[in-house]
Ligand binder design. Structure first.
Ligand code: UDP
Ligand code: MG
Length: 349
């Protein structure tokens, strides 16, 4: 086993990679000497990220570069890296250097001093992010902590240091829709915060546009809370009570002979009921969609090729066997993969 793994999901980060490699290597060396690996996951980037990664992996033995078959999304790319890394301690960090790698020694020290299994970064400030992003993130983390039964720390990202046993617990969770910071909170053990100031992106722009942020927030909510479902049943209950009152009123109006008037109120009731029903249906649909996704039991990620090392045998994804064909003529540093990691993990034979 390697002392330290640093796991970095990358999507269109070609401009960040060289600087990231430089700063991560320096931080890892100061913390772990030569006993470390840097695991870069290329999440189907459309720029030259993979080429850059391969070059870095060819030049540095500490680097393992993993190429996913397409864009799987941040949380699944991260899952692939976690599943395939070999370290006794694992640092998760973004590729854009918003989270300073130089915090690593402090994190290791905290982990050691406080005998913790997880040291997670808490954002004291967030530089270079729009007021909109800060406000929505602020609101989201508070809403989440109200809605969920477990305590998910507010203002944390995935930037954290974990012990092997905490990681193994995390990898024992096979779900498809992953909200990793919540899942880590769920596993328990001793988890300690470490406040830090979040920098600006080193280069490029955010890979979380509004649509993805909303999806991410929904995954978190539906994955960790049945509060939206309760909302649906509460709305249903309130409406049923309301309709009982309405029935009483309608009966009264009929008896007293004033049953013709009231188009406005009739329309109002139809429209409100229709809207609430649609809303509730949509909420149900979210959970059913989630169920459907889980039931299929597909591997969480597909690895197309790996450069620079032989990673651990993952259990959550599928690693394609390298064929002579897929090896490009100048593909130095890419090693054939002879292992096939099975996707049958979830049948827990
Ligand atoms: N990322 C990824 N796949 C995606 C989107 C993002 O691997 O589909 C990576 C991205 O390269 C970065 C990390 O996830 O390393 C966080 O993304 P970003 O910095 O854009 O998010 P923000 O910090 O703006 O919330
Ligand atoms: Mg970022």
């Amino acid at each position: 086993m390697i002392g330290l793994s640093v796991v970095v999901p990358c999507f269109n980060e070609e401009a960040c990679l060289p600087e990231l490699h430089r700063r991560l290597s320096a931080a890892a060396q100061s913390a772990a000497g030569q006993d470390y690996e840097l695991v870069f996951i290329n999440d189907g980037s459309r720029d030259r990220s993979w080429d850059v990664m391969r070059q870095i992996a060819a030049a540095d033995d500490h680097v393992v570069a993993i190429n996913l078959s397409r864009n799987h999304g941040h949380q699944l790319a991260l899952t692939a890296g976690l599943d395939l890394c070999r370290g006794a301690k694992i640092l998760i960090i973004d590729a854009d250097l918003q989270d300073p790698p130089e915090l690593l020694p402090a994190m290791l020290e905290t982990m050691h001093d406080q005998d913790a299994d997880v040291v997670y970064g808490v954002r004291r400030s967030r530089a270079g992010e729009t007021a909109f992003k800060r406000a929505t993130a602020h609101g989201f983390y508070r809403l989440l902590s109200r809605a969920t039964e477990i305590e998910i720390p507010v203002d944390t990202g995935d930037f954290r240091l974990m012990s092997r046993r905490a990681l193994e617990a995390l990898l024992a969770m096979p779900e498809q829709s992953r909200f990793i910071r919540g899942m880590v909170a769920w596993i328990g053990f001793r988890q300690v915060p470490l406040p830090y100031d979040r920098d600006q992106r080193f280069a490029g722009h955010t890979k979380y546009p509004l649509g993805k942020m909303v999806r991410f927030a929904f995954d978190a909510l539906t994955g960790f809370s049945s509060a939206p479902l309760k909302l649906a049943s509460h709305a249903g209950l309130a409406l049923s009570l309301g309709s009982l009152l309405m029935i009483g009123y309608i009966a009264y109006a009929w008896i007293s002979g004033q049953n013709i008037q009231g188009w406005t109120s009739l329309m109002l009731v139809v429209v409100v009921l229709g809207a609430v029903q649609m809303f509730v249906l949509a909420l149900m649909g979210e959970y059913i969609g989630r169920l459907y996704n889980e039931v299929k039991g597909r591997p969480l990620y597909i690895v197309q090729e790996i450069a620079g090392g032989e990673p651990a045998a993952g259990k959550l994804g599928y690693v394609a066997e390298a064929t002579a064909k897929s090896e490009s003529p100048g593909g130095s540093g890419t090693r054939p993969i002879t292992r096939r990691s099975s996707a049958k993990i979830r049948s827990k034979a």
